[in-house]
Design a protein around this ligand. Structure first.
Ligand code: NAP
Length: 244
């Protein structure tokens, strides 16, 4: 099996790549920081005795995506699955007042994903097999004053992958949407809300287990489903006054 990991320098993505490598998959680790991606690839190759390639991509550099995808498929000798793990909280304070910062957050979490998923889906759909694991966020379940620019990008990503799942299912291509709760990574470093935070290892294990059972939409950990279900029931006129 040949798997492309987008955003491979995320600790969650790196651990997921490790799970695939343990199961014998060949990997292509892609990140903006190609040096770090290469170090991770070398480590996985040595530890697991698999082929692990690496390369650079930038989610927000749309015009480079076509060539990037071609290069990945040619170097891997085909493609069976994609883990889309890139994303950023960005500077939410700036994004709420400056359109440039807002669009940057949207591009790095949503528009870049649309561009890459569209190119990659064509390949998997044509060959009639493959899978996508797309990492979204519980922040996409309801717009909150604190992080609605990031949250709206993830909400759009959830809707996009939901539609993609419906389209590609007929071709035997499976799409799994991960609604991730708080994980202890550099993205959340120094932020409050540690009580429900899980380690990247725990997140990766749960995501991989969900992939193995071909889940469609999975909350990670599971308790975010009832939490977000309850949050969504709060009437808007009350919700807008809360500080969740
Ligand atoms: N940590 C959490 O609590 C949490 C909660 C819900 C969802 N998530 C989601 O989980 C995923 C992984 O995040 P993480 O927590 O592991 O944070 P992270 O360590 O900051 O990883 C984010 C990854 O996205 C990459 N990235 C950001 N902008 C990019 C761009 N323009 N082009 C290419 N790659 C880009 C980063 O690469 P660089 O090294 O080049 O910056 C990095 O590999 C993200 O989609 C995030 O939204 C995280």
């Amino acid at each position: 099996m040949r798997v492309l990991i987008l955003g491979a320098t995320s600790p969650i993505a790196r651990l997921l790549a490790g799970r695939f490598a343990q199961d014998g998959a060949s990997l292509y680790l892609a990140a903006r920081d190609s040096g770090e991606a290469q170090r991770i690839a070398n480590d996985l190759a040595v530890r697991n005795g698999v082929d692990a390639l690496s390369g650079r991509f930038d989610a927000a550099d749309f015009s480079s995506h076509g060539e990037f995808v071609q290069r990945v498929v040619s170097e891997l000798g085909g493609l069976d699955g994609v883990v889309l793990a890139f994303g950023t909280l960005g500077d939410e304070d700036a994004a709420q007042v400056a359109p440039g910062a807002a669009l940057s957050t949207i591009h790095q979490n949503f528009t870049g994903a649309v561009s890459l998923l569209t190119l990659l889906a064509r390949i998997l759909e044509t060959q009639k097999h493959g899978f996508f694991i797309v990492i979204g966020s519980v922040a996409g379940d309801r717009g909150r004053a604190r992080n609605y620019v990031y949250g709206s990008a993830k909400a759009a990503l959830h809707a996009f992958t939901q539609g993609l799942r419906g389209r590609t299912e007929r071709s035997g291509v499976h799409v799994m949407t991960v609604k991730l709760g708080t994980v202890d990574t550099r993205m959340t470093w120094g932020r409050e809300g540690a009580m429900l935070t899980v380690s990247p290892e725990s997140a990766a294990d749960r995501i991989y287990a969900a992939y193995r059972r071909r889940a469609e939409v999975v909350y990670v950990p599971w308790y975010w489903r009832p939490i977000m279900g309850a949050l969504k029931l709060i009437p808007e006129r009350l919700f807008k006054r809360t500080n969740f």
